[in-house]
Write a protein that binds this ligand. Structure first.
Ligand code: ATP
Ligand code: MG
Length: 326
């Protein structure tokens, strides 16, 4: 393995990317227990490194104020969306991140076009937005339970058998539009095995402090496991595009899912390569004038510029001198 963090990140996530234009079958092509030969004890340090890198890039993204990033997270219940977001975003400035969770749509939301509520939660320039569930529910839960489509009250000509193929195309085009305007879209599917979901549900039932996380509806949804797997496979095959790829992140090991999700986001930010804005000559002159004014206000005995004094190299006397000193 290489020492270059960007290359390591690219190498880690490459096998997880759904190649655009290929037909995948989640159950056959992706192993929820895969962990790239890593062990849990490697994980903490790797995640710390990833989190620090994300924090640095997020600052630059915000300062540059030109690009935005949308990370969509999809998973079945107990897939670990919440805890992944908590860990991956633990180092970043909360002012630059916006997390939105999408639940059963409200009456107002159902009265609009199906992409309406997601469009309202898109990132601004300089921001990272995370969708905890996303517009992909519109081709997942809505497909598995078609009564949801009925509630959307589409006109007859818009709810024919081609509705899913049409939605895939519309979503791809929407994401293309966003990407062209500087908003990068990246998508993570946390791929949990059926057995690990069973174990996590039981844990939520057995531990009183986890009971609130459990809902009987989760077990009802589990009965549709195979239909969901088919809907995931069709969605991944149709909507992993060169501009907005899907990554299937193995989710049976939570620590590995966190590292991979952080890596997918970091990879996107590295590709954008945001930079701090360059200061113009004029702004630079203003800075220097402001510095002189502040230096003149130094109380007797204090260094003119305490910050520069503390960080000055041995040959750099100017910073440590009192006002009027030389
Ligand atoms: P958690 O259970 O960890 O709190 P969650 O995302 O599962 O998080 P819930 O309130 O349990 O939140 O469930 C949200 C439900 O809303 C999910 O079952 C999801 O499938 C459903 N949902 C999301 N989007 C839509 C949609 N567009 N149409 C219908 N149902 C949707
Ligand atoms: Mg839930």
């Amino acid at each position: 393995m290489t020492d270059d963090p960007a290359a390591r990140i690219a190498e880690l996530i490459e096998p997880l990317r759904v190649p655009p234009g290929t037909r995948v079958d989640v159950g056959r092509d992706f192993d929820p227990r895969y962990r790239a030969g890593l062990r849990k004890r490697d994980a903490e340090k790797m995640l710390d490194t990833g989190v620090a890198l994300l924090a640095e890039y997020q600052q630059r993204l915000a300062a540059q104020d030109t690009y935005g990033v949308l990370l969509c997270l999809q998973a079945l219940d107990a897939g670990g969306k919440d805890s992944t977001i908590r860990h991956v975003m633990s180092g970043v400035n909360p002012q630059g991140v916006r997390v939105s969770s999408f639940k059963v749509p409200s009456d107002e939301e159902l009265d609009h076009d199906y992409l309406w509520r997601y469009a309202q939660r898109l990132p601004a320039r300089g921001e990272i937005a995370i969708f905890n569930r996303s517009h992909y529910e519109e081709v997942l839960v809505v497909r598995v339970h078609p009564e949801n489509l009925v509630r959307q009250r589409l006109p007859a000509e818009a709810r024919g058998p081609d509705v899913w193929e049409r939605r895939y195309r519309e979503i791809n085009e929407w994401e293309r539009h966003l990407t062209d305007g500087g908003f990068r879209v990246v998508k993570v599917f946390l791929n949990l095995s059926k057995e690990e979901q069973r174990v996590r549900f039981l844990r939520r039932i057995d531990l009183p402090e986890k009971n609130w996380k459990f809902s009987a509806a989760d077990v009802r949804e589990r009965r549709h496991w195979d239909e969901y797997q088919r809907a995931f496979s069709a969605m991944l095959s149709a909507t992993s595009t060169p501009w907005a790829p899907w990554y299937v992140v193995p989710a049976d090991h939570k620590w590995f899912a966190r590292i991979c999700t952080a890596a997918v986001l970091a990879h996107t930010l590295i590709e954008i390569g945001p930079r701090y804005p360059e200061v113009s000559e004029e702004a630079r002159r203003d800075l220097l004038a402001a510095r002189r004014e502040l230096e003149r206000e130094a109380p007797p005995g204090a260094p003119a510029d305490p910050y520069a004094a503390r960080h000055a190299g041995p040959g750099d006397r100017r910073a440590a001198e009192s006002p009027g000193g030389a």
